[in-house]
Write a protein of this length. Structure first.
Length: 187
């Protein structure tokens, strides 16, 4: 049985979700400020408890790592980060969200660095990609800080509530991550 990792930095702990997180996950996921900036969540299709339990199965069976983003001091749940490994293609997709009260504090960038360091170190990745709605440029700034390169826009690619959204795609290659890692301070 594989153990889901716990990743730590100066300000954050990325850890598996726990049953005690259910109420906050539900509240955060229901906030339109968050929900309107992320794609349909698994939480919409099953109970939050089932979603949390499913994360262990996903990690073991599908190389799908979802972690709670929490403050190191106090343990406050801030959001969620996921990396999905597509083994045959040697790449992974990075997804994240932060609850609105914690926006603009660098948490998404710090969590992204932790996740990228873990997955580039532990998985045989050639690249990581990420995308965001064009209406959410703040997410693009996070990806830029993480060293990603903007690769293009898929126009009207995603439909939510009969509104079609453009998706902006970004990519980070292993050698770019390694180069940038040497020149940054540890998290």
């Amino acid at each position: 049985m594989l153990t889901i990792p716990v990743l730590t930095s100066e300000q954050l702990i990325l850890r598996p979700f726990e049953t005690a997180d259910v109420a906050l996950v539900s509240r955060y996921a229901a906030d339109p400020a968050v929900a309107d900036r992320v794609s349909r969540s698994a939480i919409e299709y099953q109970s939050p408890e089932q979603w949390i339990d499913q994360q262990h199965v996903n990690f073991e069976e599908a190389n799908y790592l979802t972690l709670a983003i929490t403050q190191r001091a106090g343990g406050q749940l801030l959001g969620c980060i996921t990396q999905t490994h597509y083994e045959a293609d040697e790449h992974a997709e990075l997804d994240y969200w932060i609850a609105k009260p914690y926006w603009n504090r660098g948490y998404a960038t710090e969590a992204g660095r932790l996740m990228l360091d873990y997955t580039f170190d532990c998985w045989q990745l050639r690249r990581v990609f990420a995308c965001h709605f064009a209406t959410n440029p703040a997410s693009g700034r996070v990806l830029e800080k993480l060293g990603f390169t903007r690769e293009g826009v898929l126009r009207q690619h995603y439909c939510a509530d009969n509104v079609f959204e453009d998706l902006v795609y970004w990519g980070l290659l292993r050698h770019e991550w390694a180069r940038d890692r040497v020149h940054r301070r540890p998290v």
